[in-house]
Design a protein. Structure first.
Length: 917
């Protein structure tokens, strides 16, 4: 194929020629324009030395508009030669092979030694060949990609920074992919995990399925992450992971494509924070124990007149139990009259003033009582008052003592006056200037001078000339504050004679008080003075007692403020996440608590009694009711077991105090087992004989024991000898008060019992409380008495009903009595069996299957049949205890009734069984 030959020029007309020239010019102009305006840079280099033949505007701009046409690259762009680009051009020229570069760095330096511009270029060096195939030049074309390249670098750096962060943060982080079965997450794989996560889990678990490294992980984790993956709602929670034995704060959010079921998880180990929180709680509890142990009303009333805190003493003072008082309004609790009496003082306290006043506050039984009430405002950090603490003491006894004292003082004063006037002893007061200030009438009687005459002259005027010198010396001694107790001199009488006087002189407040006697009467008068002084000392001591008690309450308030302030700060810090500061506040609070405890101890020592409220107590029930509290206090790493002896005697004690004591013992046990262990609380009946009584310092008799055993550090024998001392503690400052065991000891002794410690280092400790048995309306005696009655009555049929649930016994008894039967009740298998083994007439046994006392109903019935082979039995049971009852195969004469039942059914079954002879 050949293009038609262009018409020969000579054949063109002139017009045609001109048009062709115009066309060519236009074409070349547009080409030049294209070349000039091309967005890529273009240059044409000719010859082996790469001389610039042509550059476009973009190229010129790239090299900072240097004049390069006609120069070689090496001359025009020296920095290109330095950076190796000329060598590259040489290679292209020599080999004829093009060279392409992407993102090549080229530092442009328009002025040698001047500033450098960092550029990145994509370019091609394309060799140009002539008609013979020989390279004659190089075509350079390219783009400036500096901006793109820098952006990429920044991105890479950013990514590196995030990676560093991700690798170095303390928070565990991982991405997991969940596996679902029927909409339920059943497993997950750790797609990616940072080092902190790996540290917390203790193994490199990246890429693994959780079922492989933590097979026992609780369902909670799967369910929570499953929910996040399905709903896309983030989760934030704190949870205890059994498998790791740690607490975690966890945040989880869905990431990536919802269908991929991926969840990003942040983990922080907060075990330490939880521990601090627990300790703060324990501190508060300890404070509560102390406040409750005080024989003083302590409360806090808010500015709205509502009780916020009351201690246990309120139980004694009010007919409402203390826990019913918190949240109530003062006026509502005390009634309008009592409120009106207190209102002005409350207003003053809320105005920031500490007020003290006394009130008649009759006891609940109407007996007279005087109360000293203190309101101490509590200041907020901003300086306002948000309520006040109340301290109320029973000062009846003190008042009586004071009144008695006043009476005595008055009597003494009168007596002294009488002595002064009527005494045959010479009594006087003199000043240090050497004059008498006052003299009693005995002086006139003894010396003959009137009082006025003696006061008018210096006393030396009356002194025998030979005695002046020693008298001056003695007066000098008095002026220096030295008493003169045996000094003697002679005084002149009005009639000129002299009397030997023995001076008993004391300086006080710039005066000299003297009792003077003639030698014969000296001894008697000295005695009177000594007695007077003793009485004075005694009265001062009584006053000190009163002041001290008041002062203690004030100190106590300050300490409470320290403690509650610290607790508040801890709360604030915790909400700010500043856990590191907590220990400091903890130490402050516990230090104050210790000092408060010390004060308490002194208060108790003063009052020398702790109000005990003993009543018959079922100790097993008390222990059972406390189990949950104890378990929460000692934490999950300690296994708690309570073993209550069936048939435990009741004890006559203050139940609140026993709770305190047990809690203290369990806290001690926990402290002795920092790495976990086991606490056992056990009850038992004990007979203490004469020898045992001597050994345990107890009267012989019947006691029950409550023992708390731990598997902790134990105590060496010399330590055991010290632990009951108040304030003895081996715990670091701020952790122990040293009051726990002394409280336990005080309680046991005041209750007529004893405490004993059995401990072995490294093995553990048992602390046993022995408490006196209460001989009251115990179940056992009840049964015995009823047996006696039944024996006498000897009429009608008799049914024995055994059930530990009193309401069931009552119900059945009522039905039986309606039917005209006699009922005997027993609450457990031991008591029941006793009746069955006696001679009492029993026509039918009605019994529960699950029974306390070591035997179930079936076993008891079988044991009863050994003696009464024909005994008829009706089991009443809450659930089908088939195995116990022999899988439905009951022996003849035995029947089952399932609870709940209609009373008529019960009645007809009983009639039926008894009638069936
Ligand atoms: P605190 O517990 O405040 O130290 P306590 O009076 O309760 O005061 O106990 C006094 C000391 O007796 C403790 O510091 C501890 O040394 C020791 N102790 C008490 N109970 C136990 C126990 N179960 N195991 C080991 N040591 C104990
Ligand atoms: Mg303790």
């Amino acid at each position: 194929m050949h293009a038609p030959p262009a018409p020969a020029p000579e054949t063109l007309t002139r017009e045609e020629l001109e048009a062709e020239v115009r066309r060519l010019r236009a074409q070349s102009a547009s080409l030049a324009q294209m070349f000039e305006q091309a967005p890529s840079f273009i240059a044409l280099l000719s010859g082996p030395e790469h001389r610039f033949a042509l550059t476009n505007a973009a190229y010129q701009q790239a090299i900072d508009n240097r004049d390069v046409i006609g120069s070689t690259v090496a001359e025009a762009l020296p920095e290109a030669a330095v950076q190796g680009y000329v060598a590259l051009l040489d290679a292209v020229y020599r080999t004829g092979t093009p060279h392409r570069a992407t993102g090549a760095r080229f530092d442009v330096q328009p002025v040698p030694g001047g500033p450098v511009k960092e550029r990145y270029l994509d370019f091609v060096y394309q060799p140009i060949t002539d008609a013979h195939g020989t390279v004659s030049g190089i075509f350079v074309e390219g783009h400036d990609v500096t901006e793109r390249t820098l952006a990429e670098v920044a991105l890479r750096e950013n990514e590196a920074r995030y990676r560093t962060l991700f690798e170095s943060i303390e928070v565990g982080f991982c991405i997991v992919a969940l596996k679902f079965e029927d909409d339920r997450a059943v497993d997950y794989r750790i797609v990616e995990a940072n080092p902190a996560f790996v540290r917390q889990t203790g193994a490199d678990v990246a890429g693994q399925w959780v079922s492989a490294f933590a097979p026992d992980l609780e369902r909670h984790w799967f369910d929570t992450y499953g929910r996040v993956a399905l709903t896309g709602e983030p989760a934030h929670f704190e949870h205890y992971a059994d498998v790791f034995g740690r607490w975690f704060d966890v945040r989880a959010l869905r990431t990536g494509d919802p269908a991929a079921h991926r969840v990003a998880i942040f983990f922080s180990d907060i075990t330490e924070r939880r521990r601090v929180e627990k300790r703060a709680e324990a501190g508060e509890r300890e404070l509560r124990l102390i406040a409750d142990a005080l024989p003083v009303l302590i409360s806090f009333i808010g500015e709205d007149h509502v009780y916020r805190f009351v201690n246990k003493a309120y139980d004694d003072w009010f007919s409402v139990p203390a826990d019913g008082i918190v949240g109530r309004d003062v006026r509502d609790l005390l009634g309008p009259d009592a409120y009106a009496a207190r209102k002005p003082f409350m207003d003053r306290a809320l105005g920031g003033e500490a007020v003290t006043f006394e009130l008649d506050w009759p006891r609940r039984d109407g007996r007279h009582r005087v109360a000293e009430v203190r309101y101490l405002p509590r200041r907020t950090r901003e300086g306002g008052v948000d309520g006040f603490h109340v301290f109320v003491h029973d000062v009846t006894a003190r008042k009586q003592t004071e009144a008695e004292l006043e009476r005595q003082v008055a009597a003494r004063t009168a007596e002294r006056d009488q002595v002064w006037q009527a005494s045959s002893d010479l009594l006087c007061v003199a000043n240090l200037d050497g004059y008498f200030v006052s003299l009693n009438p005995a002086w006139s009687r003894a010396l003959g001078w009137t009082e006025a005459e003696m006061k008018a002259r210096p006393f030396l005027d009356f002194v025998h000339p030979d005695d002046i010198e020693p008298t001056v010396a003695a007066a000098g001694g008095l002026a220096r504050g030295e008493a003169q107790l045996t000094f003697e001199n002679r005084y002149r009488r009005r009639d000129g004679g002299y009397l030997w006087l023995s001076w008993n002189a004391v300086p006080r407040d710039g005066l000299i008080y003297a009792s003077v006697r003639d030698v014969t009467e000296a001894r008697r008068q000295a005695e009177i003075l000594a007695k007077t002084e003793e009485a004075l000392r005694q009265s001062q001591k009584m006053e000190a007692v009163g002041q001290l008690t008041g002062g203690l309450a004030h100190d106590f308030n300050n300490l409470l403020a320290g403690i509650s302030g610290s607790l508040e700060l801890m709360q604030t810090r915790m909400s700010q996440g500043r856990i590191g500061d907590l220990d400091r506040y903890m130490t402050v609070a516990q230090g104050a608590a210790r000092r408060a405890a010390a004060l308490t101890h002194r208060l108790l020592a003063f009052s020398r009694r702790q109000t005990l409220d003993p009543k018959p107590v079922n100790v097993n029930r008390l222990v059972k009711d406390m189990e949950e509290l104890v378990r929460r206090t000692v934490g999950p790493s300690i296994h708690l077991e309570a073993v209550g002896l069936a048939g435990l005697w009741p004890a006559l004690i203050d139940p609140g105090q026993l709770e305190n004591a047990l809690l203290n013992l369990c806290i001690n046990a926990r402290d002795a087992m920092p790495d976990g262990g086991r606490i056992t609380i056990e009850t038992a009946n004990k007979w203490v004989d004469d020898a045992g009584g001597r050994q345990h310092e107890l009267p012989p008799g019947q006691y029950l024991s409550v023992c708390v055993t731990d598997t902790g550090t134990g105590m060496a024998p010399d330590l055991v000898g010290k632990v009951f001392e108040p304030f003895f503690t081996t715990k670091p400052i701020g952790e122990g008060t040293g009051l726990g065991l002394s409280m336990v000891y005080g309680f046991a002794r005041q209750s007529g019992g004893q405490v004993r410690i059995y401990s072995e280092v490294g093995q553990g400790t048992t602390v046993c409380l022995y408490l006196p048995r209460h001989y009251g309306e115990a179940d056992e005696e009840d049964v015995a008495r009823r047996l006696a009655e039944v024996g006498r009555a000897e009429q009608g049929e008799t049914v024995l009903i055994v059930d530990d649930e009193p309401s069931v016994r009552m119900l059945v008894t009522e039905v039986l009595e309606d039917l005209g039967y006699t009922a005997i009740e027993a609450a457990d298998s031991v008591a029941g069996l006793k009746v069955l083994q006696s001679d009492v007439r029993i026509d039918l046994l009605v019994t529960d299957v699950g029974l306390p006392g070591g035997m179930n109903g079936r076993q008891m019935a079988d044991a009863g049949r050994e003696r009464r082979p024909d005994l008829k039995v009706l089991f009443i049971t809450g659930y089908a205890e088939n195995a116990v009852l022999g899988n439905g195969y009951l022996r003849p004469g035995m029947q089952v009734l399932t609870k709940p039942f209609v009373l008529e059914t019960l009645a007809s079954r009983i009639k039926e069984l008894i009638a069936d002879r």
